[in-house]
Ligand binder design. Structure first.
Ligand code: IMP
Length: 191
């Protein structure tokens, strides 16, 4: 983003710009490639938040790796400060995960409930391996301890949008990650 470009009024500031996101995705891709868990590897992107992250991560992996892409969609309910703890499956993976090397690709881990729900669900389907890659870690309000295999960046203790993350379905299209103004945040549905 150029310095002169105006931010949307609800945006407080840019937290991570497109260049920093790009460097982070490249670093994560290199770590995933060097892990050599076995092939093929399925990137299971969690919709909608990890839409762009999954696409960029897939393209940053070495071309010689056998990479498959699938998506799963969940919703959790609550407000920006705390979720209700209820996570629902909105759309299941298209392909069976049994016997496959699955890498769950998620936008952000905050309380940890969404990823815990997904890992429980997927582990019951007997994948060959089940690992996790999260772009943003918010360690401030964990309600369940969870092991994340690959973590991109530590987010500030505030609500962030952009690069797939939304506030009431807005701002997913921003090419950077930004802090939303505190006075803007009200009730919301998180998915
Ligand atoms: P958790 O269950 O609290 O770990 O929440 C994970 C989900 O909540 C993520 O997949 C996001 O969709 C959503 N979420 C948590 N924090 C933020 C944020 O700062 N901005 C946008 N979405 C968020």
């Amino acid at each position: 983003m150029s310095r002169t470009e105006a931010l949307p009024p609800a945006i407080e500031s840019v937290v991570f710009d497109a260049a920093e996101i790009g460097r982070t995705v490249a670093r994560l891709a290199a770590a995933i490639a060097s892990e050599n868990v076995g092939e093929p590897i399925t990137l299971l992107g969690v919709l909608k938040g990890a839409l762009f992250f999954t696409a960029d991560l897939a393209r940053a992996l070495p071309a010689e790796l056998d990479v498959r892409i699938d998506t799963i969609a969940v919703a959790s309910y609550g407000d920006a400060k705390q979720s209700s703890g209820e996570v629902r499956l909105l759309k299941d993976a298209s392909e069976s995960v049994e016997g496959k090397h699955i890498l769950v690709v998620e936008d952000i881990v905050d309380e940890g409930l969404t990823l815990t729900y997904l890992l429980r669900l997927l582990a019951g389907r007997r994948p060959a391996s089940l690992r996790t890659c999260v772009l943003l870690n918010k360690p401030y309000r964990r309600r369940v301890q969870i092991r994340v295999d690959h973590v991109g960046l530590t987010a500030p203790d505030s609500f962030v949008v952009g690069y797939g993350l939304d506030y009431q379905e807005k701002y997913r299209n921003l090419p950077y990650l930004a802090r939303l103004r505190d006075d803007v945040i009200g009730g919301l549905r998180r998915e």
